[in-house]
Ligand binder design. Sequence first.
Ligand code: GDP
Ligand code: IMO
Ligand code: MG
Length: 423
Amino acid sequence: MKKVDVLLGLQWGDEGKGKVVDVLTPNYDVVARFQGGPNAGHTLEFEGQKYVLRSIPSGIFQGDKVNIIGNGVVLDPALFKAEAEALEQSGHELKQRLHISKKAHLILPTHRMLDAAYEAAKGKSKVGTTGKGIGPTYTDKVARTGLRVGDLFDDFENKYKAVKNRHEAILHSLNYSYDITEMEKLWFEGLDYLKQFPIVDSEHEINRLLNDDKSVLCEGAQGTMLDVDFGSYPFVTSSNTICAGACSGLGVAPNKIGEVYGIMKAYCTRVGAGPFPTELFDETGVKMRNIGHEYGAVTGRERRCGWIDLVALRYAIMVDGVTKLIMMKSDVLDDFDTIKVCVAYRVNGVETEDFPFNCEGAEPIYVELPGWNTDLSKMTSENEFPEEFNQYISFLEEELNTPIKIVSVGPDREQTIIRYTEE
Ligand code: GDP
Ligand code: IMO
Ligand code: MG
């Protein structure tokens, strides 16, 4: 029986998951999303075209692969319809090969209102959510009061009204004024559209596929440092973004997990509020943002930029059980004379390599490595890498005790270098 491989972000999201899932898809029969929802924005570029996927797995462009939206995902039918129709209009037929779990939870228009109302009520301590209703939808799931895709086929109108009424009472108590008339119209149109897709028992489907020796790649959304248990709480998303999330978000048993690909940028970014020990507030950070085009794929928000953080990465590798690393956006550092790497923190005057309970105020301790001052973006093999870049790779591999198997040197599918180093 085949095992499932998992690809996960190791930082605060936007590591480049979409690009690499697309690159790896030819090696798999199935690609599945297991958590998150339209808070994600996964960018793919090939043949001069750029696509941003939010709820649809990034395996959708490579041949006739089956793509699955698993039970752990939260789905907004209106946003899903807009996303899927745009793909269909650009010539990508989806209806037969995009399967949706009956157990995936629905994001209601009032969930989005609650997201906005809770953020407004938090004032200065707001999380800086994507405003897509993610937190309130997962809250309803855990409170056992949510609506699932499978509910569509049984007395749905009444179930919807009951949940909406409950939400409206909360919104009223928060004095939050809103008008969801147009949103609700699009939402119900989205539901009708959704019904045209295979709505399946995805846990059965995936396990059947594995029994039939088919290979599955699970695509994470967000990143490990945004995990609701292990991320920089409360500045996190509301799902388990870690490897274990693939088990609960798809119905795959832990002993069926094969490779765990951990993906990171050659530096680090974060969007939204919350601690970020290696954040740069100077012109170096601005330079990274400009060269790396570090603006949100969905919201357009400025991403905060900083040096790579090995304390956070070691922690992510530990909780995810990463077997192989993938380093993205190496080309963004082409033009820096010195590259800094955070190897430890100083917390309350004490040096530590362990990620602390609260990393707010942790002071990064850096090692400086020479920059390569070479254009990596046109390279096609690791034999062309300059000495200083090889040194950077080796330093990270040693410190993280995990091999870097793939190096990305540009946004295009083709700008991806697989390394053939000894295991
Ligand atoms: P995801 O959410 O993890 O899929 O990542 P995003 O799509 O939100 O952000 C990654 C951004 O970096 C996108 O704009 C990609 O097109 C771009 N990108 C991916 N890999 C590379 C790379 O190696 N070099 C550069 N310069 N850009 C990259
Ligand atoms: P991808 O999959 C980066 C961040 C938000 C906010 C926090 C909570 O593209 O990497 P939420 O709307 O989930 O309740 O917001 O999480 N966030 C992301 N940051 N990439 C993402 O997804 C993110 N999804 C959520 O900015 O700080
Ligand atoms: Mg993104």
